[in-house]
Design a protein around this ligand. Structure first.
Ligand SMILES: [Zn+2]
Length: 187
């Protein structure tokens, strides 16, 4: 319907978000069209995130500053958990089972390996924990990184199999994740 072009555009925009299908997108768009106050609140919050949230220069975590709160904290353990995305940091922090630093490894290239080496040196890291959801690709990636960092004199560990294969951390209950971190093993 041409008359509802703007509503359709909003539905399409919602559909591009993760885990939102056509039905949910339509429901959200209609609720926004109906409630202008709610809509403005959402616009404001989105603008705020766009303007203020960036990636920490050291670890790649979401932050409102150049350096995130975790990297700025000098009192954390000398361990470094390498995760797939910032969302995993939030999940692990919520589990309360870990007090070290993090590094977000979204891809592999020379630049990101250099950044990883920098944080290891700067934070005097003694143990690097591969905190990827278990899969064949994760294993290959861990081996590759371990090889790239072998001159750095650190210990490599991997979180235990409390986390089921192929399942993302956000879908794992906090206790299993905490246990998996506690029972990490040496590589
Ligand atoms: Zn950081």
């Amino acid at each position: 319907m041409k008359d509802l072009q703007s509503l359709n555009r909003l539905i399409e925009a919602f559909e591009e978000l993760p885990s939102i299908g056509k039905k949910s997108a339509t429901r959200l768009a209609i609720s926004i069209a109906k409630d202008k106050f709610k809509a403005l609140k959402l616009i404001n919050a989105i603008e705020d995130v766009v303007a203020n949230i960036k990636e920490c220069e050291i670890c790649g975590n979401f932050s409102e500053h150049e350096i995130c709160d975790i990297c700025s904290d000098e009192h954390r353990d000398k361990t470094l958990a390498v995760v797939e995305n910032s969302k995993d940091i939030i999940t692990i922090e919520e589990s309360g089972s870990y007090k070290g630093y993090y590094f977000v490894l979204t891809h592999i290239d020379d630049e990101i390996i250099e950044k990883l080496k920098n944080i290891i040196r700067e934070k005097k890291i003694e143990e690097l924990i591969f905190a990827f959801p278990p899969s064949v690709e994760s294993e290959a990636r861990s081996l590759y990184i371990e090889d790239k960092l072998k001159d750095l004199n650190i210990e490599f560990t991997q979180i235990a199999q409390g986390v089921p294969t192929g399942v993302h951390f956000e879908n794992v209950d906090v206790n299993s994740l905490a246990k998996a971190i506690k029972q990490r093993f040496k590589l």
